[in-house]
Design a protein around this ligand. Structure first.
Ligand code: ISE
Length: 357
């Protein structure tokens, strides 16, 4: 949504959009990228999407057509290099992130990269080093990673509660991460790198410390599981201080999107994710029942978080920087997921090897 657009009525040429308004290129317009384009266009102020890029040109054209003044750029690196682009949102498949994020750092423009930051801990670390050297020269950070849960009001409240000391020292965190369904190609490894990765960030965000080791257990699988997929998984994080976080990751419940987090501390406990919106009482053949609606997928459950994440990113990017989980958080998540996949395959407790900052 742009003031220039409504005030002028006529859209300026791509390269002439006033710099005060953030001109964003969105790379990758699949499910998440298209959602970000729509959100930037309709709900976020101070930014306009001026370019989109996707391996499927037709898809890019379809998304661009809904945003006045937005054009399709075939080569994502050309979009990053364009002087008419002030900031970049990356939602391409993970294997392209390293090159694209690096190009943003080299051009010195802010970038919001969807998870995973990159496909390996080594390549994520290379981005940490590249951004560190940019920050040493300019004092500004450029890379934000799309861990949107940090912007969810419930997670923010839970972190504040812990930090305020009201429930005492946290000891154990229980996380449930359930999807109604995932596509057939979604493997057990992807359950770790695509789903559990959010709990990795949540554990680090809530407890403010690194994960030292990971163990993955494979309970009895649901009869609905795709052949070869261990669903559910039970993942244990040992935090550096000795606290334990357990994650039940169940991606084929057939029910809804359920993400719950409970922190058990020395002087109390706290839970979020109950979807306790409207509670209905109804009568049925079997008697009276009480029910509340559950979000069908992450776009509904975390819609508010995405709004806040994008607005804060845009506000910060207009100042030439970021406001959210950074490149180190992306690297730490990659390192934990690398250990997680190793633990899944070996059945052994696996230590996380984190580099020195
Ligand atoms: C998906 O890729 C996401 O990022 C969602 O947030 C997550 O909950 C889901 O399990 C993933 O498949």
């Amino acid at each position: 949504m742009t003031t220039a657009e409504t005030a002028a009525g006529v859209l300026p040429e791509f390269a002439d959009v006033p710099a005060a308004e953030l001109r964003v290129a969105v790379l990758g317009v699949g499910l998440m990228g298209a959602d970000h384009v729509a959100r930037l266009h309709s709900r976020i102020s101070g930014a306009r999407v001026v370019a989109v890029s996707d391996a499927f040109r037709e898809k890019a054209e379809q998304v661009a057509a809904a945003v006045p003044g937005c054009r399709v750029v075939d080569d994502p690196l050309a979009a990053i290099a364009d002087p008419g682009v002030d900031a970049v949102l990356i939602a391409t498949p993970g294997q392209f992130h390293e090159e694209q994020v690096l190009a943003c750092i080299e051009r010195g423009i802010p970038v919001l990269c969807e998870k995973p930051l990159t496909m390996t801990a080594e390549s994520s670390l290379a981005l940490v080093r590249a951004e560190d050297s940019h920050a040493a020269r300019t004092g500004r950070r450029l890379v934000q990673v799309g861990f949107m849960r940090r912007f969810d009001p419930e997670y923010a409240q839970l972190r504040e509660l812990i930090a305020g000391g009201e429930i005492g020292e946290p000891l154990v965190v229980h996380c449930a991460h359930r999807n109604a369904s995932v596509p057939p190609h979604f493997t057990s490894e992807m359950m770790v790198t695509d789903s559990v990765v959010h709990e990795v960030d949540v554990a680090r965000f809530l407890l403010d410390e690194e994960i030292a080791a990971v163990t993955v257990l494979r309970p009895k699988a649901t009869r609905h599981a795709q052949p070869g997929r261990s669903d559910p998984l039970l993942v244990l994080f040992e935090m550096a201080s000795g606290r334990i976080v357990d994650v039940e990751c169940f991606v084929g419940t057939g029910v809804a999107y359920e993400v719950r987090t409970e922190v058990v501390a020395e002087d109390g406990s706290a839970m979020i994710g109950l979807d306790a919106g409207l509670v209905r009482q109804t009568r049925s053949a079997t008697g009276a029942a009480r029910s509340t609606a559950i979000a069908p997928d992450f776009r509904q459950r975390f819609g508010r978080a995405y709004d806040i994440e994008l607005q804060r990113w845009v506000d910060a990017a207009r100042r030439g920087t970021i406001d959210g989980p950074g490149v180190w958080d992306g690297y730490a998540a990659s390192a934990v997921c690398t250990a997680g996949v190793e633990a899944l395959r070996s059945g052994q407790r696996t230590e996380v090897r984190l580099a020195q900052r």
